[in-house]
Design a binder for this molecule. Structure first.
Ligand code: PRP
Length: 179
């Protein structure tokens, strides 16, 4: 599987440093709060797992799974919730964790979804930010690193469902797409 990777974009060491930095920042910002950390499946899994190890305040966890339709009629597209959270988040501080923000259609819709549920506050934490891909403006509250406009896989990100289990983020060799 590793042989399919052309180059590393974010290494194992860089990912660990990002998780430490963001974990410390979140711990400080939420030291007097008990936020609900909500992961967006499936891509959030490795990042959320590592990030949580560096969060030292009280948190509860939940997960949701959505599909986005970027070719929708509205400028911000639309999402369908495939699996919703189990917690009641009304009046709660929530942090949404994801692996990447590209067009920002997914997260913009999710933020609106939670505002309608009357959360106290909502913030976004992403490992990767690809500002060049934006269709709607969105600045994440916590971002690991900015990446260029390349299709990346690994550490939660997939191509045809594979590569999520790579411990780093990288670019696939062109020949892999041609298979
Ligand atoms: C990916 C990623 C984000 C979203 C970002 O999820 O995990 O949730 O796309 O894209 P956007 O900013 O352009 O909306 P995907 O829908 O591929 O599901 P997955 O996490 O199961 O891979």
């Amino acid at each position: 599987m590793k042989n399919d990777i052309l180059k590393t974009v974010v290494s194992v060491e860089e990912i660990d440093n990002i998780c430490k930095r963001l974990g410390a920042q979140i711990s400080e910002d939420y030291k007097d709060k008990k936020p609900v950390v909500i992961g967006l499946l499936k891509g959030c899994l490795p990042f959320m797992s590592d990030l949580l190890k560096y969060i030292t305040t009280y948190v509860t966890l939940d997960y949701m799974s959505v599909s986005s339709y970027n070719g929708g009629t509205s400028s911000t597209g639309a999402i369908t919730i495939k699996r919703d959270i189990e917690s009641n988040v009304e009046g709660k501080d929530i942090i949404i964790v994801d692996d990447i923000i590209d067009t920002a259609i997914t997260l913009t819709n999710i933020v609106e979804h939670f505002k309608k549920k009357n959360v106290k506050s909502v913030r976004i934490c992403t490992l990767l930010d690809k500002p060049s891909g934006r269709v709607v403006p969105l600045v994440p509250d916590y971002a690991g690193t900015i990446i260029p406009n390349e299709f990346v896989v690994g550490y939660g990100l997939d191509y045809k469902g594979f590569y999520r289990n790579l411990p780093f983020v990288g670019v696939l060799k062109e020949e892999v797409y041609k298979k």
